[in-house]
Design a protein around this ligand. Structure first.
Ligand code: FES
Length: 147
């Protein structure tokens, strides 16, 4: 990766870290998920509002490193308006990206998420980047089980 692109990606990550999108709580959420990264103890709470199989809103809060919190910010931005199945698909695309595997973006607009692809070179940080996504999968899973 060129160093210019690296630098741009770093700026995007820091922007999400310093100005997180969708930070806070939802008064009318369908599910709240608490999840922590066992390797460091950092944690996030994710609030999802799910209606008719669609993610209507998402907010998060937490304590963690720049990678974990910027990833949570990007994730909440990306999943709003998606169906549960689409959000699960997007999580798998993201996991492949983190593992440095080939990934098909299909019809998704990855937007800022692509700024995290460099994390795949730092295996110890992958759990930071996937924390919010695992929380989202758990949240949508618990909702689908209920139906
Ligand atoms: Fe704890 Fe990144 S160091 S989530």
């Amino acid at each position: 990766m060129s160093s210019n692109l690296d630098q741009l990606y770093r700026q995007v990550i820091m922007d999400h870290y310093k100005n997180p999108r969708n930070k806070g709580e939802l008064s009318d959420d369908s599910v709240t998920i608490h999840m922590n990264n066992p390797t460091c103890g950092d944690r996030i709470q994710l609030h999802l509002k799910i209606e008719d199989g669609k993610i209507m809103d998402a907010k998060f809060d937490g304590e963690g490193c720049s990678i974990s919190l910027s990833s949570a910010s990007m994730m909440t931005q990306a999943i709003k308006g998606l169906s549960v199945e689409e959000a699960q698909k997007l999580a798998h695309i993201f996991y492949n990206m983190m593992l440095g595997k080939e990934y098909e973006i299909e019809n998704f607009d990855l937007g800022d998420i692509e700024a995290l692809q460099g994390v795949s070179k730092f295996p110890a940080r992958i759990k930071c980047a996937t924390l919010a996504w695992k929380a989202m999968e758990k949240g949508v899973g618990s909702q689908t089980e209920k139906q």
